[in-house]
Design a protein around this ligand. Structure first.
Ligand SMILES: Nc1nc2c(ncn2[C@@H]2O[C@H](COP(=O)(O)OP(=O)(O)OP(=O)(O)O)[C@@H](O)[C@H]2O)c(=O)[nH]1
Ligand SMILES: [Mg+2]
Length: 280
């Protein structure tokens, strides 16, 4: 059961890249982890008192935070810059990732974790772009959690001083509450969604450090006020950085790549500094 919306699922599946359809590796989370939110055994929401709901939500998020901390420790120990891409469905996350991989052109080692309820489509698109990718199918679950991402990280054999890009399930609500151990949440808002989304879904815009305003190539054809959308987002989160971008035309890509590059250099430098400090 999701602590945010109360959705319930069976167990998530992490799929290993595979050439043969049907050869995807599925495995179940360990038995002790089935007490986690996503179980068939979760009591019905209707049966619960508010106090019990609050306790369950606290337990779920505390448990998630423990896994997120473990992920963060691993990422820091390897100097990996990890981003959690969050948005409503169809904002252009996968397209942006594909274009980012092409633009980086091997300059940085990177890997991608894809989250969707069903299908391996997005991971297949990333692999076709030349990067290793692992698909997590969350079933009825509406977000990735830190445990799923931790398992995927082990399976991807992440390189030191690399970039890890996580595409969350398309959902502007629940992923805001789940820390995956990432350095930053990056929220993608596309210009076809309406200016008011930051006001309607404030948690996501508050949780993010960067907003990519995507599909800007469509602005001439729409009644969308980009300045207004950005001002709404900054009303929610005054510190929010914003890059106007078009994954299809390439507008704003260099600013996005510069932002990624700076984050990667910082993570790598921090790894060396931490290693030196540990020796003192
Ligand atoms: N015009 C335009 N279309 C775009 C842009 N970026 C993505 N698209 C289109 O938007 C649609 C959805 O793109 P995806 O990359 O699949 O979106 P997504 O956010 O990964 O979708 P989910 O994973 O289903 O949440 C596709 O038809 C893309 O071609 C853009 O910058 N401009
Ligand atoms: Mg996608």
């Amino acid at each position: 059961m999701c602590s945010v919306c109360g959705c319930g699922t069976g167990l998530a599946h992490v799929r290993r890249p595979s050439r043969k359809a049907g050869d995807a590796v599925r495995f179940k989370l360990h038995q002790q982890d089935r007490a986690h939110a996503h179980t068939h055994d979760a009591p019905e929401m209707a049966d619960m008192t508010p106090a019990r709901l609050v306790k369950i939500e606290r337990d779920i998020l505390a448990r998630n935070n423990d896994y997120a901390e473990a992920n963060r420790r691993q990422l820091a120990g390897q100097g990996i810059f990890a981003l959690n891409l969050v948005s409503s469905p169809g904002s252009g996350k996968t397209t942006l990732l594909v274009k980012t991989i092409a633009a980086l052109n091997g300059a940085l080692p990177l890997a991608v974790i894809e989250g969707d309820q069903q299908t391996e489509n997005d991971a297949a698109r990333i692999r076709a772009a030349g990067a290793p990718a692992l698909q997590i199918n969350t079933g009825k679950g509406c977000h990735l959690d830190a445990q799923m991402v931790g398992i995927a990280m082990q399976r991807l054999n992440l390189q030191d001083d690399s970039l890890l890009l996580v595409e969350n399930v398309g959902n502007l609500v629940c992923p805001a509450s789940f820390d995956l151990g990432e350095a930053h949440k990056v929220v993608i808002l596309s210009v076809t969604e309406g200016e008011d989304k930051p006001l309607k879904y404030p948690d996501m815009f508050r949780a993010a450090d960067l907003m990519l305003l995507n599909k800007c190539d469509l602005l001439p054809y729409l009644e969308f006020d980009a300045e207004l959308a950005i001002s709404y987002a900054r009303r929610i989160n005054p510190e929010l950085q914003v890059i106007r971008i078009s994954a299809t035309s390439g507008e704003g890509m260099s600013a996005w790549l510069d932002w990624i590059g700076a984050g990667c250099r910082h993570a790598a430098r921090q790894r060396v500094a931490d290693a030196a400090a540990a020796l003192e």
